[in-house]
Design a protein around this ligand. Structure first.
Ligand code: BMA
Length: 337
């Protein structure tokens, strides 16, 4: 199916690479979909932590309704962060690990942030008693993953700021309150912590009603980038249309995931200083709109600033592959004047 209507355009300051940078066939263990990857520069290379859903394929899914049998979180490294990815032979975390806590179903959508030289992961976490958001430390050699805290349900989409603000760790998050809101209308919030364990002093950052092109939900994507003007921050922004039919493997998929751009106050990042009033990235390329598990989905989990002022945005496309878009920092800031 082609791009859904209304048709929106990615801003021309964004350059998308014409092909995904990582696809399921690259992964050295069973993989149906590889997407929503965090990326960080670490020990002189780029480290990607990606989500892998496995155990079925499009034909089996559509004909005999064979569902995915597991989700893992894997690691890859590259010298330039674009190609030449070298994959660890086994995933870091696997939902079928026989030694895992039986309460836990799976971890997914990893975002990775380096704070004071330490690596931290934020992971969506499905459990038998609801969907939680986990914050974990990843050892410097990328082998050991140690959970630090997990939210109560329902709050799974989190990302950490790359430094303490006012002496506190800060995370962006998107709770999913189903009782008090009509439709989904999930909004973007923030919480603060002295130690990454206890989270509080929560504040609303961005309500869906402030994002003119959507009707469904907004949430965090990548760790914000500190600039002289404020925290450059991406968010995912979702519109839904019940008239949309099959759009990927599932019988219906009514949503479209775009990416928005805003600037948050350096000292109080719950304050939105500026919001670009159109989508920054929308699904347009064939692997974003016509192929893949859930089409018309763009889901960034990483944004990196290079020394030459280029901003890299790593995003999952169609919940099926990992892609890369770039822009100049000054151009992005220019949209927020
Ligand atoms: C969200 C998450 C993401 C996914 C997106 C689109 O709710 O589950 O992992 O990319 O939906 O399917």
């Amino acid at each position: 199916m082609p791009a859904v209507t209304p048709i929106w355009k990615t801003h021309p300051c964004i350059k998308k690479r014409e092909q995904p940078i990582v696809v399921p066939a690259d992964i050295p263990y069973p993989c149906s979909l590889v997407f929503n990857a965090g990326v960080v520069k670490h020990r002189g290379e780029y480290v990607m932590i990606f989500r892998n859903d496995y155990g079925t394929n499009r034909i089996l899914y559509e004909t005999v309704k064979k569902k995915f049998s597991g989700t893992s979180v894997g690691i890859a490294r590259s010298k330039n962060g674009i190609d030449g990815w070298v994959f660890d032979p086994q995933p870091l975390i696997d939902s079928n690990d026989p030694n895992k806590d039986p309460e836990l179903k799976r971890y997914y959508d990893p975002r990775i942030t380096k704070i004071d030289g330490k690596l931290y992961l934020c992971l969506a976490t499905d459990t038998r008693h609801g969907i939680r958001g986990t914050i974990a430390e990843l050892s410097d050699d990328l082998t050991t993953f140690t959970p630090i805290s997990a939210s109560v349900p329902d709050n799974r989409n989190m990302v950490l700021f790359p430094e303490k603000i006012g002496g506190e760790y800060v995370r962006l998050e998107r709770p999913m309150p189903i009782y008090s809101r009509h439709n989904e209308c999930f909004d973007l919030w923030l919480s603060r912590s002295p130690d990454l364990v206890y989270w509080g002093r929560s504040a609303l950052v961005l309500g869906t009603e402030r994002v003119p092109w959507i009707n469904d939900k907004v949430g965090p994507t990548a760790s914000p980038i500190k600039t002289k003007d404020g925290w450059l921050t991406l968010f995912h922004a979702v519109d839904k249309d019940d008239a949309r039919g099959k759009n990927g493997w599932e019988p219906t998929w009514k949503k479209r995931y775009t990416t928005g751009l805003m600037l948050l106050d350096l000292e109080d990042p719950s304050k939105v200083l500026a919001l670009y009033d159109k989508p920054l990235l929308t699904p347009e390329l064939p692997f974003e709109t016509d192929k893949g598990f859930r089409q018309n989905v763009i889901f960034p989990c990483a944004m990196l600033l290079e020394d030459d002022g280029e901003v890299r945005i790593y995003y999952g496309a169609s919940d099926t592959c990992v892609c890369l878009a770039t822009a100049k920092l000054d151009d992005l800031l220019g949209l927020l004047k």
